[in-house]
Design a binder for this molecule. Structure first.
Ligand code: ADP
Length: 268
């Protein structure tokens, strides 16, 4: 599925957050959205998912305006994995992943739904935890369950909001490898908000760098993760190295006299 975000504007009361964001994504592509805190990354993802409605601009799925689709139609196209999610009620891993099938059945799941969930649990190596309570799992395990739940929707686009932020380096790599593998095996697109520029550089086909609600830079890691861009957008002097064909970003120091990008974004 082709996704097009056209000139998106979004405001919270008294605050303009997205100021004309345009980007596109094709299937089997991983786009990483990077940028400082407050630059509008989560808001952008929520607008694409339809959780928030832009003031103006459009999101198109294969040319169809998302504003014309129902929640169920969107849920069949998009799997959204929030930053974290604790459940207020007790539910097993199996039942939590089965919730992802909801857009596909009316009131009762079928044998096919059970098979789909079982296959996904196996693929995500969650089958041993199937009957465990989701709330008792580690952060890494919960993240895998949330991705499994999104996959159970059989989406064409996976939206991930900081999927690695709560994870140790081993689980960060695990989640990124799983996502990378899924993109090709299931021919889906991925839009991922991520803070770790090194993971973005390694796994993204394209990086979109947001700054003050606008796309500041977009393209390959080489195009976007430049010393000049990082200094301008994050207010940080960084050394960029290339190791085995992948860029790594080493933050050196905050640039003196540079305004705090969070306060800048907040208009303070
Ligand atoms: P990012 O994901 O890049 O950190 P967000 O999209 O979460 O940025 O937030 C962008 C800006 O919008 C921030 O300044 C944030 O404080 C503000 N914001 C986010 N959610 C709300 C909200 N529900 N009400 C008011 N302001 C909000």
């Amino acid at each position: 599925m082709k996704v097009a975000v056209e000139e998106l504007f979004y405001s919270y009361p008294g605050k303009d957050v997205l100021k004309g964001v345009t980007l596109g994504l094709v299937e089997t592509e991983i786009i990483c959205i990077v940028g400082p805190n407050g630059s509008g990354k989560s808001t952008l993802v929520k607008c694409v998912e339809g959780l928030q409605h832009p003031r103006s601009g459009r999101v198109l799925f294969d040319g169809v305006d998302a504003a014309k689709l129902s929640r169920v139609e969107i849920a069949r196209l998009i799997g959204y994995v929030p930053q974290s999610s604790s459940q207020l009620f007790s539910a097993s891993v199996f039942d939590t992943v089965m919730m992802g099938r909801k857009p596909h059945y009316s009131w009762r799941c079928s044998d096919e739904d059970v098979d789909i969930v079982s296959d996904i649990l196996q693929m995500m190596e969650l089958d041993d935890l199937a009957m465990d309570d989701y709330n008792n799992l580690s952060g890494g395990q919960q993240q895998r369950v949330l991705i499994a739940r999104a996959l159970a929707q059989e989406p064409q686009l996976l939206l991930l909001d900081e999927p690695t932020s709560a994870l140790d380096i081993s689980h960060q790599l695990e989640v990124m490898e799983i996502v990378h593998e899924l993109v090709h095996s299931r021919k889906i697109g991925v839009m991922m908000v991520i803070h770790d520029l090194n993971l973005a550089s390694r796994y993204a086909d394209r990086i979109v760098m947001l700054h003050n609600g606008l796309v500041y830079a977009a393209g390959t890691a080489e195009d976007t993760l430049t010393e000049a861009n990082i200094e301008e957008v994050y207010g940080v002097e960084a050394d960029i190295h290339c190791h085995n064909g992948t860029l790594s970003v080493i933050p050196v120091r905050r640039v003196s006299g540079m305004r705090n990008p969070v306060l800048q974004a907040a208009g303070v």
